[in-house]
Design a protein around this ligand. Structure first.
Ligand SMILES: [Zn+2]
Length: 188
């Protein structure tokens, strides 16, 4: 077995068990219902990043960071091109943020993800100090399309277990978001 084949198998196993459950504490998103921030343009940008990721041969997920209404960082999934199943769009974004931004900016920022982040990404977000996430496609929507099941702790549960708190908002534009999975590479 080659290293690449091994990495792909580990990655698929990780994905089959790691996506976070959309717990009861997820804040449902409804456009215009007292929402002061328009999340939709940012979520659409994460879908574009997810499509770009698929075109580069990686899983179709994208993420970006918004601070004071402006996109300050973007990231794609790179699990295949890096042969590393931990290189999700969100973990790549969190790593960039840790390198390039202050703790204060991270705390004030909102992480947007094309799909509800998994447990691995939740842990990374917690340890780097993120406080707010908005996602496009739900874990349930992802499971329906790909068979990657919802198991493990939700992000809310994980944060609470660690004594923290996170705003968890979604799904946003889910019907539009599931279309990005057409760009998923044939061999994952
Ligand atoms: Zn993840």
């Amino acid at each position: 077995m080659t290293i690449r084949t091994f990495a792909i198998i580990v990655c698929l196993l990780s994905l089959s068990v790691s996506p976070a459950i959309a717990g009861d504490e997820t804040t449902p998103y409804k456009q215009g219902a007292g929402i002061t921030i328009d999340h939709e343009p940012f979520i659409r940008q994460t879908f574009d990043l997810a499509i770009s990721s698929g075109k580069h041969g990686n899983h179709t997920f994208g993420a970006l960071l918004v601070h004071q209404g402006k996109v300050v960082l973007t990231a794609e999934n790179t699990v295949n091109t890096d042969a590393n199943c931990t290189h999700h769009a969100e973990t790549n974004l969190v790593s960039k943020a840790k390198r390039e931004l202050s703790a204060g900016v991270i705390r004030e920022s909102t992480l947007y993800a094309s799909t509800e982040p998994c447990s691995l990404c939740c842990a990374a977000m917690y340890y780097v100090g993120f406080k707010r996430v908005v996602y496009g496609v739900s874990s349930k929507g992802l499971a329906k399309l790909t068979g990657w099941h919802d198991e493990g702790l939700s992000c809310n549960e994980f944060y609470r277990y660690k004594g923290g708190q996170i705003d968890w908002i979604g799904p946003v534009l889910e019907e539009e978001g599931v279309k990005v999975f057409r760009y998923m590479p044939k061999k994952n």
